[in-house]
Design a protein around this ligand. Structure first.
Ligand SMILES: [Zn+2]
Length: 334
């Protein structure tokens, strides 16, 4: 047992009877046996708009798990009295996998117990100038190891399976996968991670960014395609997005987003934390951690509302789509 899993299990007790709770898989490692839980809050009607939260894919970046747990705690309290939230959940659903990589969170490692970087583990090749950190198959002793090409890791399979089951069937869905580490700003990344070309739903991503910029002009995020920063092999979200686009549901919208919390700022203010195991990826000072635990709730609420009110971004006319695609091209790809 470790702190984040204990916290999750105590939240599950409170959710019992109010949510669907699943054990997606169990990860056995050196005498431990860790569950990977999924929580489904709201309607189980398959086509209902769905927002997914994933954390702890990289175990070292456990702040992502902690932000999700903190949000779950808030939702549990609000569900008891907030009729507006109850109404939203009657026609939509929230899916949470707060700790995708329990061995990694337990050990404080990026990889899982097999030394595999789960966000490099999908069968998809990066195009262009890839580096060691883009993912490699040299040895699990180096970071960013992609694992065995013939099969995906259990944790990665579990993530894909829950996405296919609860998000692919939805008429409209968004994923938020929470990470930390890169740079001093909080970034919100949309596909692709594996190549520099625009992804097919770029007009919708651009319209969503515009809407967020207008509604929250002082928001903290830099919103861009992940490939703007680097190109990687084996990205699970590119893999899922492409497989969605070749499924019978391809006409719908499935938008996977990655929230990369910029932890270098936490470090810049306390450089000695560089020498602690979590220092590069985790806020070590309590006041900084508290600030980060609440910092992203506005974004979560915004995305949930956007799923239920899609007219301004996901229901564009042909001409709007052409205009938005051109604007996106000029903003990110020109
Ligand atoms: Zn990460």
């Amino acid at each position: 047992m470790f702190q984040e899993l204990a916290q999750l299990e105590s939240l599950l007790e409170r959710l019992d009877g109010h949510a669907r709770i699943e054990t997606l898989t169990r990860i056995r490692w050196q005498g431990h046996d860790f569950p990977v839980y999924a929580i489904v809050l709201g309607t189980l009607q398959p086509q209902a708009p769905t927002l997914g939260f994933f954390g702890g894919v990289h175990g070292l970046e456990k702040i992502g798990s902690e932000v999700i747990l903190s949000y779950l705690q808030t939702l549990i309290e609000m569900l008891e009295w907030d009729r507006e939230l109850q109404r939203r959940l009657a026609e939509s659903r929230l899916v949470f996998v707060p700790i995708v990589n329990p061995v990694g969170v337990y050990r404080g490692t990026r990889a899982n117990g097999n030394g595999v970087d789960l966000m490099r583990n999908a069968p998809i090749e990066g195009q262009g100038n890839t580096k060691l950190y883009s993912g490699h198959r040299l040895t699990p002793w180096l970071p960013w190891y992609r694992g065995d090409a013939s099969r995906m890791e259990t944790e990665a399979e579990a993530l894909c399976e829950v996405v296919r089951r609860y998000l692919f069937e939805a008429e409209l869905s968004i994923v938020l996968d929470l990470h930390s580490g890169f740079g001093i700003r909080d970034r919100l990344w949309f596909p692709y991670a594996s190549c520099r070309k625009p992804f097919p739903d770029i007009a919708e991503a651009y319209a969503l960014k515009n809407l967020f910029d207008h509604c929250f002009p002082h928001h903290v995020y830099r919103i861009e395609p992940m490939s703007e920063e680097y190109v990687i092999n084996g990205d699970l979200w590119d893999y899922l997005y492409d497989s969605f686009k070749s499924s019978p549901q391809a006409g719908r919208l499935f938008l996977p987003l990655t929230l990369e919390m910029g932890s270098w700022l936490w470090l810049r203010k306390s450089p000695l934390h560089l020498f602690q195991r979590h220092g590069l990826f985790h806020p070590l000072l309590p006041h900084r951690q508290q600030r980060i635990l609440r910092r992203h709730f506005t974004l979560f609420e915004f995305l949930h509302r956007c799923l239920l009110s899609p007219t301004k971004w996901a229901e564009q006319t042909h001409d709007q789509r052409v205009d938005n695609r051109r604007a996106a091209w000029e903003t990110w790809y020109a």
